[in-house]
Design a protein around this ligand. Structure first.
Ligand SMILES: [Zn+2]
Length: 220
């Protein structure tokens, strides 16, 4: 007769295995619950996050005048925030002046608002001078469409080019539980992009396009 020596042991431990399975499933579900899956058109708050600040200047242009990413990001962020407020959104800025805010604190700010979209504003850098144009990163929380629209609008600006929507393990994107985007408006390492970014009119136009993409996303 064939015997299965393990079976009695499994039967003996069946209760414990059942409890373990229950614990595993509940841990998995509570982990999922911490992520706020909802339709990304259903948001009333935008957390605008001007990148860098204080001792963290971010990227800088090569020529004169020397442009600092932290200053440009704050300027564009303020312009985006003003336009979104005018459109009726509740807008929260992670920084309003030249100060350093830790990355986790920025994401926590976003996580403290229900139905929010987090938009981090940056300017890009490369060791080569050639790359130019806007890039938009997102954290896959239903954000592909909004990221695509912002990229569409920014890449249509004169001198820009289509670089595509991307995902990356940037800390602010990973730590944000809701929809989160990171917009690289232009490359400060590219002379043409840097010259355009130095103009307040260009930054106003870039901010208008970012804000318009967000407004259109909610109204779909
Ligand atoms: Zn940056």
């Amino acid at each position: 007769m064939i015997t299965f020596p393990l079976f009695p042991k499994i039967r003996r431990w069946r209760g414990a295995l059942f409890v373990l399975a229950l614990v595993a499933v509940s841990c998995f579900l509570s982990g999922c619950a911490s992520l706020r899956y909802y339709n990304v058109t259903d948001f009333d708050t935008v957390v605008v996050d001007p990148g860098h600040g204080g001792h963290d200047s971010g990227a800088s242009s090569r020529g004169r005048p020397r442009l600092l990413e932290k200053d440009l990001a704050l300027d564009v962020g303020r312009r985006v925030a003003a336009k979104l407020r005018d459109a009726g959104f509740r807008v929260v800025m992670t920084r309003r002046d030249d100060r350093f805010i830790p990355l986790d604190q920025r994401a926590e700010c976003s996580n403290s608002y229900r139905k929010s979209v987090f938009v981090s504003i940056h300017f890009n850098d490369s060791v080569r001078r050639a790359p130019h144009g806007a890039e938009v990163y997102h954290n896959r929380q239903g954000t592909w469409e909004l990221a695509g629209r912002i990229e569409d609008f920014l890449s249509a600006m004169p001198g820009s080019e289509r670089r595509g929507v991307k995902t990356a393990r940037y800390r602010v994107l990973r730590k944000s539980e809701g929809p989160a985007l990171l917009v690289e408006c232009a490359f400060l390492s590219n002379p043409g992009d840097a010259k355009r970014a130095a103009s307040a009119a260009w930054r106003e136009e870039a901010a208008s396009r970012i804000a318009r993409a967000i407004i259109l996303q909610r109204r779909q």
